[in-house]
Design a protein around this ligand. Structure first.
Ligand SMILES: Nc1nc2c(ncn2[C@@H]2O[C@H](COP(=O)(O)OP(=O)(O)O)[C@@H](O)[C@H]2O)c(=O)[nH]1
Ligand SMILES: [Mg+2]
Length: 204
């Protein structure tokens, strides 16, 4: 390898790293209505509790969390708008599926069906486009409420261990109202995103 080539490779490596750290990762928040998506997003944005009104359309905020910059999209979760999730999740770097950890078994089952549908669709899209799967963070929200399930119980109820091996995922506890756990959850997601980007680069 000539000196020029070495410099070239070193240059592209350094800029690759800079891009990894500074380009905001696109992340989409999905989940059933009232799971706390907007509260979590506004908490991340303003560092305090903001009373969220039910989301019409979507919210988009640039936030810093978990040691990274994010461009976060919060899409409504009502049944009639769930088919729209697909358009937002197509080209994202990561997904956050927010769950109300205190919800009834029926509601959790509804969440499981939506989550499995979403990951299946995304899997098909990624295979078609020859892209890697964006990592999935399940945010076990509302941990402050009585009867909230822990992360293991939620992972099982949502069928996370049965997801395809090519789908990176993590589940983290949080309370969007106080902000507890949010930064740790975003740091975990960031680790998965960096890992996925590196693997995608290595494949090229
Ligand atoms: N106790 C508790 N309530 C929460 C939490 N996160 C959100 N909420 C409440 O749940 C309701 C729905 O929240 P919202 O963010 O609008 O849900 P979205 O429909 O998923 O965007 C609101 O009344 C929030 O104040 C949490 O961690 N704990
Ligand atoms: Mg909302």
């Amino acid at each position: 390898m000539g000196v020029h080539r070495v410099v070239e490779v070193a240059h592209s490596l350094v800029w690759g790293l800079v891009a990894l750290v500074h380009t905001p990762a696109h992340v989409v928040l999905v989940g059933l209505d009232s799971s706390g998506k907007t509260t979590a997003l506004l908490r991340l944005k303003y560092g305090q509790y903001v009373n969220a009104v039910p989301t019409v359309g979507f919210n988009c905020e640039k936030v810093r969390a978990g040691g990274a910059q994010w461009l976060a999209w919060d899409v409504g979760g009502a049944e009639r708008v769930r088919p729209l999730w697909r358009s937002y999740t197509r080209a994202t770097d990561a997904l956050i599926f927010v769950v109300d950890s205190s919800s009834s078994s029926e509601r959790l089952e509804e969440a499981r069906v939506e989550l499995q549908r979403l990951t299946k669709q995304q899997n098909a899209q990624c295979v078609a486009l020859n892209k890697h799967r964006p990592p999935l963070l399940v945010l076990a929200n509302k941990q402050d409420l009585p009867g909230a399930r822990d992360v293991n119980g939620l992972a099982k109820a949502l069928g996370l261990p049965e997801l395809q091996e090519s789908q990176p995922w993590a589940v983290m506890p949080a309370c969007a109202v106080t902000g507890e756990g949010l930064d740790e959850a975003m740091a975990t997601l960031h680790t998965l995103v960096v890992k996925a980007r590196k693997q995608a680069k290595a494949k090229k």
